[in-house]
Design a protein around this ligand. Structure first.
Ligand SMILES: Nc1ncnc2c1ncn2[C@@H]1O[C@H](COP(=O)(O)OP(=O)(O)O)[C@@H](O)[C@H]1O
Ligand SMILES: [Mg+2]
Length: 881
C-alpha cells in the first residue's frame, strides 16, 4: 500500500552552489565504504534544497553505492515506521517479513543493521523529512545514529531545522546522537544573489528584487520564475497559487484531489477519485506543479501540496476525503495494517464517525505494536473525538487504551484524567470487573506521578472491588500493583504477602506479564529486606521476561538485581548485574534503565574506592540533558559522597539538590541515602548539630521499614554525634559493631565486603597506633583528605611522631601541579565551554569556576584561555577525575 515516497527528482536539473556539500558527502561516502559509516544531518528550511542535494549526490554516487530512499509523511498522524517500510523490501526479505508481523523492535533494528553489511557496495540510506517522523522512526534514527560507525553505510537524514523548536520530539534524538563523531551536520544555505541571477536567466523579472523577496530560497525562486512575468508574489504560497490559477478548471480540480490524496499519488487512485481524462492530468504535469515519480505522481514540493490543500473550501475538502476513503476501501486498503493510518486520516477528514471508529483504534493498535506510542495516543484521541454516540462499555475501553498509551509516553496527567473518566463509566454501568481493572491501572500511574496516597487508595479499592467477584487475572494484577507499591515503600511484610497472592493467581490463570511483575516486586522486596531468596525471584522474573522477548521487563529485572544488591552492600554481586543491565539496555537504547544502572555503578565504585571511575560515570549521568529523577538522585549521591570524602569544595549544592529531589519522591529509598550523605558531610566539616539533624530526620522511617543498611548508617551518624541510639538487633553488622565500639571486627567486616574507606574509618576509631597507621595509609591512597587530617591529628594526640604526610597522589602526577578539579576544568575549556557552561556541567557555582580558571592560568603561566587549551593539548592532561 505504501508507494515509494517523496517528491519527484528532476534528473536534469543543475544544482547551483552545492559543490562544497557534494564534496563533503563524497568524502563521507569514502569513509563509510571503509566500514566507518557516517550519518549526515542535512538541515535547512523548507524549499532550500535538501532533497535536491541528497538526490543529486545519490545520482553521482550511483555506481559507488546502493541507494535506498525513505520519507516521512506530513500527515497529522504519520504512518509508523514509514521510512523503514519504504526501504525494507529493497534491503532484505527478512526485514520485510519482520515489519509485516509488527513488534519485535530489537530484531527489526538488528536486522536492519545487518542488512547494511550485505552486498558488495556500501549503502546510502536517505531518510527524508524526519521533522515529521513518528516515534518509532525517531527511535530507529537514534539506534542507527549510535551504531552507524561500525557498518559500511552513509545515512543521509534531511529535516527542517527551523521547525524543530524547543518541544519538538526530534530534538531529544538529535541531542542523543549529535555527540557521536560519526554524526555530521550539514547546513543547506539559501542561494546567493549571483545564483538567483543565474536562475532568472533571460526572464524579465528583476533578479535583485526576486532575491530580496525570496531571500534566495530556491523553491520560492523557481516557483516565481515558472509563473511568468506578472510581478513577484508576496509569499511562496501566493507564487504557488498564481501558478495553479493558470490551469484549466478541470485541471485545478485534479490538483485539489491530488492534494487531498496525500504526498504520494497513485495514478489509478487519482483517476478513480477525479474521473479525469489523461489530458487533464497531463496539464498539471506540464505546468510542473505535479511531477512523475517512480510509481506515480507527487507535488513538486510539499509546500505546493499544502498551499493547494489550504485553498480548497472546507465542504469541498470533506467531499474529497470521502471519495478518497471510499476508493481506498474499494481497493482493499483496509486489509493492510500499514494503510490504517491513512484510512484513519481520510475517515476523520470526511467526518465519517463510523469510519473513524473503525480505523482510528485499529491504527492506534498497529502504532502501539510498532512502538510508536505517540502516534497511538494521537489515533486513540482521534477516536475519542468521535466517540460521543458509542455505547458506554466501548467508550470506557477506548479511554483506557488511550490512557495506557499516555502512560507509556509519560503523559501522566492525561492518563490519570482518562482513567478516571473510564472509571466513572464503569461504575455507572456497574461493570465491577472493569472498575477493578481500571483502578489497578490508575494506581500505577498515580505512583509513577509521585501521588502516593492516591495510589494507595486506588490500589486498595481495586482489591476490595475485585475480591467480591470470582477471582481472575484482574485480581492477580491488583495484588501485583499492591505488592509493587509496598515494595517501593520498603514495606516488606505486606509486599511479600501481596506478591505471593499475585503469583499464585497469575500462575493459575497463566497470565505472564502479571506473573513476571509480581516476581519482580516480591524479589525486590525480599532482597532489600536482606533476604537473598529475593535474588531467586528476580532471576526467575528475568528468565521469564527474556523468554517472552519482553525487553522492558528484562531490563527492569537486571536493574532491580543490580540496585537491590547495591543497596545491600553486596557489591561483588551487584556490579556484574549493573554492567549486564547497562549492556542489555544500551543495545536496545533503553535509556531509562541504562542511566539508572550507571548511576548505581558510580555509587558502587565510590564504595569500592575506585573514585576516578566513580566520578567519571557519575558525571556522565548528571550531564545528560534528559535523565530521570531517580537516576539523577543516585548519581548525585555518588558525586556528593565523593566530594565529601575527597574534601572537594562545592559539595553542598550537590547535597542540597539531592535532598530536594529525594523529598520530591518521598520514599525511604531516596531519602535515606540523601540524609546519610548529608550527615557524613556535616560531620566531616565539624558541624555536629547538622549531622545530628540529618541522621535523625528519616530514622524512624528506616526503622519502621526495617531497612538494615539505611538504619545502620543513620544510627552510626547519630552515635558519632553523641545521640544515644537504641539499636535494633537486625542492624547491618558492620555499623552495629562500630556503634558497639568493636572497631576491629567492623573493619574486618568492611574489608570482606570490599569497602576500603569504610574499613579505614572503622580503624580510625581505635586508639591503636598500628590500626591508625593502616587507616592513614588507606585514606592517603584513596585521596581522602579530610579523614587523612583527622587520623593525623589523632596520631599526634596519642604521641606518635613521624606521621606520614599523605599527599594527594593525583595532584603530584600533573606536571604543572594542577589539582584533579583543575584538570577537569581545563578539559572542559578545551571542549570550548564557557565558564557558565562549565559551572553547569560540574555542578559548581560560577565563582568557583572563575577561581579554578584563574588558578589554571597562573599554574600554567599563561594569559588566556586559548593558551591554556594549547597547553592542555601538549600535556594531554588525560581524563578528568
Ligand atoms: N542548488 C540549487 N540550485 C538550483 N535550484 C535548486 C537548488 N536547490 C533546490 N533547487 C530548486 O528548489 C526546489 C526545492 O528544493 P528541494 O530540494 O525540494 O527543497 P527541500 O528538500 O529543502 O525542501 C527544487 O525542486 C529545485 O527546483
Ligand atoms: Mg525535501
Amino acid at each position: 500500500m505504501r508507494v515509494a515516497a517523496g517528491p519527484p527528482q528532476d534528473n536534469t536539473m543543475h544544482l547551483l552552489e552545492r559543490d562544497g556539500e557534494l564534496d563533503a558527502l563524497h568524502q563521507l561516502l569514502e569513509l563509510s565504504a571503509q566500514g566507518r559509516g557516517r550519518l549526515a544531518l542535512v538541515a535547512g528550511e523548507a524549499g532550500v534544497g535538501k532533497t535536491s542535494l541528497v538526490r543529486a549526490f545519490a545520482r553521482h554516487a550511483r555506481d559507488l553505492a546502493d541507494v535506498h530512499i525513505g520519507s516521512c509523511d506530513p500527515l497529522e498522524t504519520p504512518q509508523p515506521l514509514g521510512p523503514l517500510l519504504d526501504i525494507a523490501s529493497g534491503l532484505s526479505e527478512e526485514l520485510n517479513t519482520l515489519l509485516d508481523l509488527g513488534g519485535q523492535r530489537h530484531r527489526v533494528l538488528q536486522t536492519f543493521l545487518a542488512s547494511m553489511t550485505q552486498g558488495r557496495l556500501p549503502k546510502i540510506v536517505i531518510l527524508e523529512d524526519v521533522h515529521w517522523a513518528d516515534e518509532a522512526t525517531l527511535d530507529f534514527l537514534r539506534f542507527v545514529g549510535r551504531r552507524v560507525d561500525s557498518v559500511p553505510a552513509l545515512v543521509l537524514v534531511t529535516f527542517r531545522d527551523d521547525e524543530v523548536v524547543e518541544q519538538h520530539p526530534l530534538r531529544v534524538v538529535l541531542g542523543d546522537i549529535a555527540t557521536s563523531p560519526a554524526v555530521i551536520r550539514i547546513k543547506v544555505a539559501s542561494l546567493s544573489l549571483e545564483a538567483v541571477r543565474n536562475l532568472a536567466g533571460n526572464s524579465e523579472i528583476d533578479p535583485s528584487a526576486l532575491y530580496r523577496r525570496t531571500a534566495g530560497n530556491p523553491f520560492f525562486v523557481t516557483e516565481v520564475l515558472a509563473t511568468g512575468n506578472d510581478g513577484i508574489p508576496e509569499t511562496v504560497r501566493d507564487a504557488i497559487l498564481a501558478r495553479a490559477s493558470r490551469l484549466s478548471r478541470s485541471a485545478r480540480s485534479v490538483l485539489s484531489a491530488a492534494a487531498v490524496i496525500g504526498p504520494t499519488i497513485s495514478p489509478s487512485l487519482l483517476a478513480e477519485v477525479t474521473q479525469a481524462d489523461s489530458e487533464t492530468v497531463d496539464e498539471c504535469l506540464s505546468i510542473g506543479v505535479l511531477a512523475h515519480q517512480r510509481s506515480g505522481f507527487a507535488f513538486r514540493h510539499e509546500l505546493g501540496r499544502e498551499a493547494i490543500l489550504d485553498s480548497i473550501p472546507a465542504h469541498r475538502r470533506v467531499d474529497l476525503h470521502r471519495v478518497v476513503l471510499e476508493a481506498l476501501e474499494r481497493s482493499g486498503a483496509s486489509d493492510d495494517p500499514d494503510g490504517l493510518a491513512r484510512l484513519s486520516h481520510h475517515a476523520e477528514g470526511s467526518q465519517n464517525e463510523l469510519a473513524v471508529l473503525r480505523y482510528a483504534p485499529a491504527a492506534a493498535r498497529r502504532a502501539a505494536a510498532l512502538q510508536a506510542h505517540r502516534e497511538a495516543v494521537a489515533q486513540y484521541s482521534r477516536a475519542l473525538r468521535w466517540a460521543r454516540n458509542l455505547d458506554p462499555y466501548e467508550q470506557a475501553t477506548l479511554l483506557e487504551c488511550y490512557a495506557q498509551e499516555c502512560h507509556r509516553i509519560d503523559r501522566l496527567d492525561d492518563a490519570i484524567h482518562a482513567y478516571n473518566e473510564a472509571l466513572d463509566i464503569r461504575r455507572r454501568i456497574e461493570d465491577r470487573q472493569g472498575e477493578g481493572r481500571t483502578l489497578s491501572c490508575l494506581a500505577s500511574v498515580y505512583s509513577g506521578a509521585g501521588r502516593n496516597s492516591e495510589a494507595e487508595l486506588a490500589s486498595h479499592e481495586a482489591i476490595q472491588t475485585l475480591e467480591t467477584l470470582t477471582p481472575g487475572p484482574e485480581l492477580a494484577e491488583a495484588y501485583r500493583v499492591a505488592a509493587h507499591l509496598r515494595m517501593l515503600d520498603r514495606d516488606t511484610a505486606n509486599a511479600v504477602a501481596w506478591g505471593r497472592r499475585s503469583i499464585d493467581l497469575a500462575r493459575k490463570f497463566d497470565h505472564q506479564p502479571t506473573l513476571i511483575g509480581a516476581q519482580q516486586a516480591l524479589g525486590a522486596a525480599l532482597l532489600v529486606a536482606g533476604d537473598n531468596v529475593g535474588i531467586k525471584y528476580l532471576q526467575r522474573a528475568l528468565d521469564l521476561a527474556l523468554e517472552a522477548d519482553n525487553d522492558e521487563m528484562a531490563a527492569l529485572a537486571y536493574r532491580l538485581l543490580g540496585s537491590g544488591l547495591g543497596e545491600m552492600y553486596e557489591f561483588d554481586q551487584a556490579i556484574p548485574w549493573l554492567e549486564e543491565c547497562i549492556r542489555f539496555s544500551s543495545a536496545r537504547d533503553n535509556d531509562l534503565h541504562h542511566w539508572y544502572a550507571k548511576a548505581w555503578l558510580a555509587l558502587s565504585m565510590v564504595y569500592r574506592g575506585e573514585w576516578s571511575r566513580a566520578a567519571h560515570i557519575a558525571n556522565e549521568v548528571i550531564q545528560r540533558p534528559y535523565v530521570s529523577i531517580t537516576s539523577l538522585i543516585m548519581a548525585l549521591v555518588a558525586l556528593g559522597r565523593l566530594r565529601t570524602r575527597r574534601g572537594d569544595p562545592e559539595l553542598w549544592p550537590v547535597l542540597d539538590k539531592v535532598l530536594e529531589l529525594a523529598q520530591r519522591t518521598d520514599t525511604l529509598q531516596r531519602l535515606a541515602p540523601a540524609r546519610a550523605a548529608r550527615a557524613e558531610a556535616a560531620w566531616l566539616a565539624g558541624d555536629i548539630e547538622s549531622a545530628k539533624r540529618e541522621s535523625v530526620a528519616n530514622y524512624d522511617l528506616a526503622k519502621a521499614q526495617q531497612h538494615h543498611w539505611f538504619l545502620g548508617e543513620l544510627a552510626y551518624w547519630q552515635w558519632k554525634t553523641g545521640v544515644a541510639v537504641d539499636l535494633p538487633d537486625w542492624t547491618a553488622p558492620p555499623f552495629a559493631l562500630q556503634i558497639q565500639g568493636d572497631w576491629e571486627s567492623a573493619a574486618r567486616e568492611w574489608e570482606r565486603i570490599g569497602c576500603p574507606y569504610e574499613m579505614a574509618r572503622a580503624l580510625s576509631e581505635s586508639d591503636d597506633e598500628g590500626a591508625l597507621r593502616r587507616a592513614l595509609g588507606t585514606f592517603s591512597e584513596l585521596g581522602a583528605q579530610p579523614m587523612v587530617s583527622i587520623v593525623q591529628r589523632k596520631l599526634r594526640r596519642i604521641g606518635v611522631r613521624n606521621i606520614p604526610r599523605g599527599p594527594r597522589s593525583s595532584t603530584k602526577k600533573h606536571p604543572a601541579g594542577l589539582t584533579p578539579r583543575e584538570v577537569e576544568v581545563l578539559n572542559l575549556l578545551s571542549e570550548g565551554l564557557s565558564n557558565a557552561g562549565i559551572a553547569d556541567r560540574l555542578f559548581v557555582s560560577l565563582k568557583t569556576v572563575e577561581s579554578h580558571v584563574s588558578s589554571v592560568l597562573s599554574k600554567l603561566n599563561v594569559h588566556s584561555r586559548a593558551e591554556a587549551v594549547r597547553h592542555a593539548q601538549e600535556f594531554d592532561s588525560g581524563s578528568p577525575e
